[in-house]
Ligand binder design. Structure first.
Ligand SMILES: [Zn+2]
Length: 111
């Protein structure tokens, strides 16, 4: 089933095609601040509309994107174009899509 989510002001919309099976919560220095719940996809399986603002932490290998208007964290993308994986913040979607999913805890703080 196709799901569509957006940031709070609606400037950025993200669509995914299949149902997420779990929701990942990470304790790294950025994720613990944003409170994002992640699902992961190949960038080819994700449609994003609107212009997001990127943030790269130090020598990090990914860009974390947010809406410049409402501030909501929307997704992350790899800086390496050959890395076939990105993260989408499930909190952009209707809670029925993600609230009952099993949570996966990612110990990003230890990496
Ligand atoms: Zn917004």
């Amino acid at each position: 089933m196709n799901h569509e989510g957006s940031c709070h002001c609606g400037a950025i919309c993200i669509a995914i095609e299949d149902d997420p099976v779990d929701a990942s919560e990470c304790n790294c220095s950025i994720c613990r601040r944003t409170g994002a719940l992640w699902t992961y996809r190949s960038p080819r399986q994700v449609a994003i509309t609107g212009v997001a603002t990127g943030y790269v932490q130090g020598d990090a290998t990914l860009t974390l994107w947010h809406c410049a208007t409402c501030g909501v964290t929307t997704h992350w993308s790899p800086k390496d174009p050959d890395y076939d994986r990105m993260g989408i913040n499930l909190r952009l979607f209707d809670p029925t899509v993600w609230e009952t999913l099993p949570r996966r805890f990612i110990d990003g703080a230890s990496w």
